[in-house]
Design a binder for this molecule. Structure first.
Ligand code: NDP
Length: 253
């Protein structure tokens, strides 16, 4: 894997926490620091902390951090276009930024939460993909990894919007994979079950007791378990597409 990742540029959305942060660290480990990372999220101070640590642990790695809210459609293309020269030639895009907001029956979902989920999980991911795709098409190579979810395979009550967004991610991913079938661009969906991150705290809007209940008595996945799969999928030989990974926590079905 280290050889195939060597010198590549990886762009991760939502890199300031959880799966995105773990994925950045996993790429550094898997490449022995021979990698360039573009880490984007809204919380620049978190990204700065990550960069400082990476500079210590992997002095040879190159890290660019930038504030990017993927719901700000008009900023995405200029973010990509204005990357410093040595980070412009993106090889791997990880569309990871995403969230569930609230856990309500359809009749009482806050319109702001509907927009928040749709704009981040669906429109943000689509716009990011559109911004980076010309780079991949020009060189006829590149990997796009979209974070789906088990919620994109089966819908559950009080999760109608989140489930709808992850079904949309799945459909978009499949369609794009087929569209690009005759190219060397790989389009990959990683669909995790229950992963212990800030995700639940955000879903329950800071209510720790509700958030912690999600993991009570379960054996959740951890962010680095998902990071491991992302790096695995994007470090296969060119003839191999790990197209679709559904990964459960060990006591989840
Ligand atoms: P976290 O809440 O721990 O991390 C989410 C990341 O996304 C943060 O870095 C956050 O950073 C960033 N983010 C949120 N909104 C935006 C935005 N508008 N623009 C840019 N970045 C944003 O969640 P996870 O790591 O668990 O989730 C990552 C992905 O995995 C999501 O797509 C989620 O749906 C998916 N997933 C998670 C599961 C789980 O159980 N945890 C299960 C299945 C799928 P910042 O606030 O700094 O912007």
């Amino acid at each position: 894997a280290a050889e195939r990742l060597a010198g590549k540029t990886v762009f991760i959305t939502g890199a300031s926490a959880g799966i995105g942060q773990a994925t950045a660290l996993e790429y550094l480990d898997a490449s022995n620091g021979n990698i360039k990372l573009v880490l984007a999220a809204r919380r620049l101070e978190k990204l700065q902390e990550i960069k400082t640590q990476v500079n210590k642990d992997f002095p040879e790695a190159k890290v660019f951090i930038g504030q990017l809210d993927v719901t700000e459609t008009d900023k995405i293309q200029s973010f990509v276009d204005n990357l410093p020269k040595e980070f412009k030639d993106i090889d791997i895009l990880i569309n990871n930024a995403g969230k569930a907001l609230g856990s309500d029956p359809v009749g009482s979902i806050d319109p702001k939460d509907i927009a928040g989920m749709m704009n981040t999980n669906v429109l943000g991911l689509i716009n990011m993909t559109q911004a980076v795709l010309p780079i991949f098409k020009a060189k006829n190579s590149g990997d796009i990894v979209n974070l789906g979810s088990v919620a994109g395979r089966e819908a559950y009550p009080t999760g109608a919007i989140y489930c709808a967004t992850k079904h949309a991610v799945r459909a978009f991913t499949q369609s794009l994979r087929k569209e690009l079938i005759s190219t060397n661009i790989r389009v990959i969906e990683i669909a995790p079950g229950n992963v212990e991150t800030e995700f639940s705290l955000i879903r329950y809007k800071g209510d720790e007791s509700k958030a912690n209940k999600v993991y009570e008595g379960t054996k959740p996945l951890y962010a680095d378990d998902i990071a491991d799969l992302i790096v695995y999928a994007t470090s296969r030989k060119e003839n191999t597409v790990v197209a679709d990974v559904l990964v459960f926590a060990s006591n989840q079905a």
